[in-house]
Ligand binder design. Structure first.
Ligand code: SF4
Length: 149
């Protein structure tokens, strides 16, 4: 079975910055058709939960206390990339809007809830490796890919 990276918070893990999750209704549809590899780049990099929210500003990641936390995001991306490479992963389903996992949209860095086009740091790294990254809103496309093989 194909191995697929998945954001832990989509499965209901309380890894989100505010200590909550982003459980995705219908995520169970993936269980019989692939092997899920659960990742949370921010927790894996050593960040605590709950933690201050962070946003990307140009090539840096800054938290709401104006602290530069870029190194955490780089190390989370590197760890996930390593796991992807070791497992020959071709697909990922990640949480939209996150500074790590965002696929099409991220917050603009002003902490005013404004979204712009862009990808999170881990998503950028995975795309560079040639992995197809889907947001949770695109789960049906991923299911199609997995069932048409
Ligand atoms: Fe979810 Fe990704 Fe944020 Fe972790 S880093 S809580 S997996 S969106």
């Amino acid at each position: 079975m194909e191995k697929v990276l998945i954001s832990a918070c989509l499965l209901g893990e309380n890894t989100k910055y505010n200590g909550k999750n982003n459980y995705l209704k219908g995520i169970e549809k993936l269980f019989p058709i692939c092997d899920l590899i659960i990742i949370c780049p921010e927790v894996m990099s050593g960040m605590k939960t709950p933690r201050n929210p962070s946003e990307i500003q140009n090539d840096k990641v800054i938290n709401s206390q104006n602290k530069d936390v870029t190194h955490f995001f780089h190390s989370g991306a590197a760890l996930v990339s390593y796991i992807a490479k070791e497992n020959n992963v071709k697909y990922a389903l990640l949480k939209e809007n996150s500074p790590s996992c965002g696929v099409h949209k991220i917050y603009d860095g002003s902490f005013t809830s404004k979204l712009i086009d862009g990808q999170g740091m881990t998503t950028r790294a995975l795309i560079k490796m040639g992995i197809q990254v889907f947001s949770e809103k695109e789960i049906d496309f991923l299911i199609q890919k997995l069932t048409n093989q």
